[in-house]
Design a protein around this ligand. Structure first.
Ligand code: ADP
Ligand code: ASP
Ligand code: MG
Length: 425
């Protein structure tokens, strides 16, 4: 419940998003309806975004794959979007049953317009007039997360975890006072508490750090949602549906924050590595490899080109496991034209990342990270860095060992920081 809000503001427009576990059963949906009613009773206007019930999107994915090895992307989206449609109706029924005026809308009904990249579409715009009209009539507006429609009216979905992006985009369009992401954990932690027992909750995290954490696998928020929050200056708070607490504020305002050098460890198991070996070391070759991949909407990460030897070079990169087969077949198609010697593939890799804005002003973090992994016998296959992040690709079997070793080495579980509030153990 957003009691911290009530004490500081009179009336606010709040967008609340409830994830799959939060609406995973009829009892949970009833409890969510109570939370919404309480927020409304505090005098706030509420727009709610919901995910499909826990496990439902996975179930729909399996159904599609039972019929088709590579499901048609348009039809796949028509199928996947149904999960959220069930939840908006159930939640609205629960609210109405409690005497709370409510109205449900699919993404199409509130004109969440996206591009046509099925299964990972980007939101281009939202027409908010219907929502504003309902709010002015005192209704709670319940919107299906994760979906929109393209220019042609085709249903699109926003990629796994996409309801977070729906919520932040709606908050941006409506100029909401806060976007609250309710989930099964009470905030953003220094690492996934399911893997690191002594991970600590942060009371605040910067947008920049959250973006690096999310885009490197911390699925507590979809990375595009964080991008939106940064672009449109939306204050986002991650909260637990099941426990009281102030959660974690994701903020652009860094003024009153102390920055530990390293804030968190993120990881992603959904990685696959591809290396195209022995391509001619000549202008335009990297583009010839990457262009067909981007045309197929495949995101490529950690691109490494080796120093040329005898006129040829190797190009290594990783892609999401979901895109691996397609990426490999695209490389096979172009490799002969490029004169490449061979393609090496490895689906059993994972990405491990260290994130912290304090890295900007501290040297030696990379060497401490590599030494820590070396001591554990973990071999590094690819490295990439940004100002506030260092990522490595390693064997997926070593991932959990690596996550815990780095969390310990950088004392993320024990260090007393203003931004770290409570520990999960
Ligand atoms: P929802 O269904 O509510 O969208 P998700 O399963 O997508 O919830 O995201 C919440 C999960 O994110 C948590 O249960 C947790 O295991 C995982 N997670 C990964 N990294 C972090 C992190 N750094 N802090 C908090 N949770 C994390
Ligand atoms: N239901 C979708 C998923 O499971 C979207 C979401 O939950 O955010 O990925
Ligand atoms: Mg999620």
């Amino acid at each position: 419940m957003s009691t911290f809000w009530a004490s500081t503001r009179n009336m606010a427009l709040i967008v609340q998003k409830y994830g799959g576990t939060s609406v995973g059963s009829i009892d949970h949906i009833r409890a969510v309806a109570e939370k919404i009613i309480q927020t409304r009773e505090q005098g706030h206007e509420v727009v709610v975004v919901v995910s499909a019930m826990a496990g439902e999107t996975d179930r729909l994915v399996q159904l599609a794959h039972a019929l088709s090895r590579m499901p048609n992307p348009r039809e796949f989206d028509v199928l996947l979007s149904t999960g959220e449609q069930v939840t908006i109706a159930l939640l609205s029924l629960a609210l109405l049953d409690r005497g709370c005026p409510a109205r449900s809308y699919t993404g199409a009904q509130v004109h969440i317009r996206t591009d046509s990249a099925h299964n990972k579409a980007r939101i281009l715009g939202i027409v908010d007039s219907k929502i504003r009209m309902d709010l002015s009539m005192g209704k709670v507006v319940v919107v299906a997360g994760f979906q929109g429609t393209d220019e042609m009216g085709n249903i699109t979905t926003l990629g796994r975890g996409g309801s977070d992006t729906t919520a932040v985009a709606l908050a941006a369009a409506l100029k909401a006072d806060e976007c609250q992401i309710y989930t099964d954990i009470d905030g953003v932690y220094t690492a996934d508490p399911k893997v690191v027992a002594d991970a600590c909750r942060m009371s605040q995290v910067t947008i920049e750090e959250m973006l690096e954490m999310a885009s490197n696998g911390a699925k507590v928020m979809q990375s595009r949602a964080v991008e939106f929050a940064g672009k449109y200056n939306v204050p986002v708070r991650v909260l637990s549906t099941f426990e009281e607490g102030a959660g974690t504020l994701i903020t652009v305002d860094e003024q009153n924050m102390q920055h530990p050098v390293v804030s968190g460890v993120a990881f992603n198991r959904d990685e696959a590595k591809l290396v195209i070996q022995g391509v001619p070391d000549s202008p335009g070759v990297a583009a010839s490899v990457l262009k067909p991949l981007s045309e197929a909407h495949i995101e490529v990460d950690m691109i490494v080109q080796t120093v040329a030897k005898e006129g040829t070079t190797d190009l290594a990169f990783n892609v999401h496991k979901r895109d691996f087969k397609l990426a490999f077949s695209i490389l096979e198609n172009i490799s002969e034209d490029l004169g490449a010697q061979c393609i090496i593939k490895d689906e059993h890799v994972a990405k491990l990342s260290l994130v912290g804005v304090g890295m900007r002003s501290h040297a030696g973090i990379a060497s401490q990270m590599f030494q820590t992994l070396g001591r554990e016998g973990i071999n590094i296959q690819l490295i990439s860095t940004s100002e506030i992040k260092i990522s490595v690709i390693i064997d997926e079997k070593c991932l959990e060992l690596g996550v815990r070793a780095l969390h310990d080495a950088f004392q993320l579980g024990t260090v007393e920081q203003e931004t770290v509030e409570s520990c999960s153990s």
